[in-house]
Design a protein around this ligand. Sequence first.
Ligand code: PLP
Length: 385
Amino acid sequence: MIAISLKNQPSNRHLRGVNLHRVQPMLATTQTPFMLLRTNVIKESFRRIQKAMPNIDLFYAVKANDHPSIIKTLIEENCNFDISSAHELETVIKCGGVVENAIHTNPIKMIPEFDSAVEMGVNTFVADNITELDKFRKYDGKAGVLVRIKTESNGSVVNLSYKFGAETKEIPQLLDRIIDLNIPFRGFCFHVGSQCTDIDQYTAAIKTSRKMINLAANKGLSTEILDIGGGFPIEYTEDIPPIEYIGQRISSALEANIDPSIRIISEPGRFICGEAVTLFSSVIGKSTRNGKKWYYIDDGLYGSFSGRLFDHCSYQIITNRNTKWEKAALAGPTCDSFDVIYDDCLMPPLEMGDILMFPAMGAYCSVSATKFNGLKPARIVTVDW
Ligand SMILES: Cc1ncc(COP(=O)(O)O)c(C=O)c1O
């Protein structure tokens, strides 16, 4: 993990298009830590992925970031929503979204959660085992099902098939149960894992889906939807394949394997919201421990940097200083020794009050921040540029 000095490399690529002239006055008046949320970037990312995958209906994965400005911006863009709880659905509705444009993709649902989603009118859910399918019985045809197929998670930073997804050998039994319980069958879904850089994972999962679609057809079940999940990567500290290339590979695999009458949907989260948020955090303490410089800042693992843990992510650090670079540690503001963001990073010497900038912190950061130690999560400041 290397800090980037603004003085050394003021490149737009590193700044992710953040206009420093517009940010400077905010830094003077806004208490850190704060997250700058740029709705224009949400729009651009949505349009870019839509263009890259023109025949796929997008359902934004609200879990990645449920901020109302993001939801409202996406409603204006006619995006649909992937929700995993009644609360996420309520957020979408409060922002002006409609239930008809939402699917519920949590494979294991608490009964009260399931009840409220069905009551509110959601009609497409996900299951990957018999026990879960049995929960559908009480809704008497109001809750349809997508069967989640397990995929390999090679090349993804977050493995989403460890906990979820049915093995292909289990699927015949699941389809039989769907028939027995008379559950409306919608089709199949998979998720190759988040921040996926190995595009073969999508093409392999599409080929497996074709086999499962044929299997269902042989049992008299017609597939309406194939949901190819999310997983599309953004640039943190490593290079990634561009979404245009990913879209091309996926489109070719779909064309070769999936009947065009089947509706293809996708649930991108990170790709849409990740680059739209930049964190600003101040140095609030300094020390030297065992010969290494330690800097303490006003946000940490219990706050916006929760993504370091849950999302296994490394975020770039941008500083305004550019003197002698040395090994340092960067720690959060709580009393827990565990609250260390980077144990070994290269940094120029920082001063008290210095403001550091962390780009691409829109996905899986603020949504998992806590108020441990009574410290409030970073404020979110929304702008439309
Ligand atoms: C079911 C489901 N869909 C979509 C997503 C969004 O994935 P990503 O942010 O990688 O696009 C997730 C992430 O956890 C998920 O679990």
